[in-house]
Design a binder for this molecule. Structure first.
Ligand code: ADP
Ligand code: GLC
Length: 476
């Protein structure tokens, strides 16, 4: 049995802002089939603390970056967790990364240094009767782990997964003492990045193995366009970098059993869900495709490209139902678009149940991202027979089979990809989408292909477990 500790800032179903939480909640269960005992170390945000029941304190810290803290062991929803109960760091109103206005918390460097520090302390001294063989950190919030492993004098291997390279977790060098970092390691080989402390750089330099969430993104990361400043570091670590595509939680996302929808086993069952969704969004019936989009609203997600290309969808009497929240200017632009056209409906907010109803009721799911390390909603779409229309980038390139003439002829097409990632190419993609939609036989064949595609975790969990095995010391 390989004991693995995930060090991660969110985990579904307890606390989620994006796909990172889905991965942290589903991969541990998938890995248990590969003889791995995975536990998840998570900050004790108020929403998490409120859900706790029957915990056991397995460790205490007199002064964890400015105050006392307890480490609580908790078993719930099939997951094994360690929760950092540190009110001075996590007990506050607002979001998990920032306040209600969206401004990052000023002490984020300390809040997530604490996460990494506790991870390293569990590796060096154990927690209760459990000590991990491997630490597996996710994104910059776990990035300083190698520094704290070093200061604790432990050589437990560290695997690091990049979910999104755009977030570096940089902070000013004058935080060195506050973060308990070793100033003699503030250099290009460790955590220094252009004169700043960089949690992400620390992880990329210090990890024994680096993974990211699709093969294409692993290649893209080596280029200046996608590496966002870290491409040089990643080229340096290329031998230890690999791409492992995300899967989905097949129990939570199963159209045959989903409690949020009118369950169905074949795509024919989508019609009732489409009708319900149109009603929810106040859309009339129409003979064009109903496109859905569920997303954080940021520059990454290509929402501006969508706004540019929408007239083409509307011209074919297509419809858009969108759920998301994020940058105020994108929210405003979307609400304005909705106000200006009867076939566009937008809900600003975060709503798990509605997201399921949208994936079930939509004809097509849109993911027009500028970059997308993996992306999960296109995978949900495949499983629900909701054809993905996606940008040709990252995990979107790896998980959707474009409806080219050859793919259609050999009956493997599962969606539509567009490239280059701009408004014109997306406009052309809408033309193709509406054309396919007007040919029911072609559309139904693609739905069947999509619903057959493997989108679970099995193959990828096997790849993670192989990485863990490669790092385990042979017994002496
Ligand atoms: P990212 O992690 O970059 O946000 P992913 O596609 O990997 O993108 O994951 C996003 C996850 O968050 C999916 O599970 C998606 O359904 C969910 N999600 C995003 N926005 C919302 C929302 N407004 N309401 C409900 N779920 C959302
Ligand atoms: C990130 C990426 C997304 C990926 C998710 C989970 O948030 O933006 O593409 O699916 O992490 O790995």
């Amino acid at each position: 049995m390989t004991k693995v500790l995930f060090v991660v800032s969110e985990c579904a179903p307890f606390i989620k802002t994006g796909g990172l939480a889905d991965v942290a909640g589903a991969l541990p269960l998938a890995l248990s089939a590969f003889d791995c005992d995975v536990r998840v170390l998570l900050p004790g945000y108020p929403a998490v603390i409120a859900q706790l029941s029957k915990t056991k304190v397995v460790k205490t810290y007199e002064d964890l970056f400015g105050g006392p803290a307890k480490l609580r062991r908790w078993k719930y929803a099939g997951l094994n967790l360690f929760i950092i109960d540190a009110p001075h760091l996590y007990d506050r109103d607002g979001g998990i990364y920032g306040d209600v206005t969206g401004q990052d918390w000023a002490d984020n460097p300390e809040r997530f240094a604490a996460l990494s520090y506790v991870g390293a302390s569990i590796a060096s001294d154990g927690a209760g009767d459990w000590t991990p063989d491997i630490l597996h950190g996710h994104d910059w919030q776990a990035g300083l782990t190698p520094e704290y492993l070093q200061s604790a004098g432990t050589d437990v291997p560290f695997v690091f997964t990049v979910h999104n390279i755009a977030f570096h977790g940089n902070t000013s060098a004058d935080r060195m003492n506050a973060l308990h970092l070793d100033a003699t390691r503030f250099d290009a080989d460790h955590f220094e990045f252009w004169g700043q402390i960089s949690a992400l750089k620390s992880a990329l330099m210090g990890a024994d193995k680096i993974t990211t969430v699709s093969r294409t993104y692993a290649e893209e990361l080596l280029t200046p366009e996608f590496g966002i400043g870290m491409d040089g570091v990643l080229r340096h670590r290329k031998a230890d970098l690999s791409g492992i595509v995300n899967g989905i939680d097949e129990a939570a996302w199963n159209p045959a059993t989903d409690p949020n929808i009118k369950p169905y086993k074949t795509a024919a069952g989508k019609a009732a869900n489409k009708q319900a969704l149109q009603k929810t969004f106040g859309l009339a019936t129409s003979d064009g495709p109903l496109c859905v989009l569920v997303s954080r609203l940021t520059e990454q997600k290509g929402i501006d490209l969508l706004l540019e290309a929408l007239p083409e969808l509307l011209r074919h009497r297509g419809q858009l139902a969108l759920l998301g929240s994020g940058e105020p200017k994108l929210e405003v632009a979307l609400l304005e678009a909705a106000a200006s056209h009867e076939n566009i409906a937008v809900k600003i907010g975060y709503d798990e149940a509605l997201s399921h109803q949208m994936i079930a009721g939509g004809d097509a799911i849109l993911v027009p991202s500028r970059f997308e390390p993996c992306g999960l909603t296109q995978l949900y779409g495949l499983r629900y027979g909701t054809l993905p229309l996606v940008a040709l980038t990252g995990g979107l390139a790896d998980t959707v089979i474009n409806a080219s003439p050859a793919a259609l002829a050999s009956k493997v097409a599962t969606g539509i990809q567009f490239f280059p990632v701009n408004g014109q190419a997306l406009t052309n993609a809408f033309t193709r989408l509406c054309d396919f939609y007007s040919q029911p036989a072609v559309w139904k064949a693609m739905q069947r292909n999509a619903m057959k595609q493997a989108v679970g975790w099995d193959a990828s969990a096997a790849e993670y477990s192989a990485i863990y095995s490669s790092l385990m010391k042979a017994p002496s």
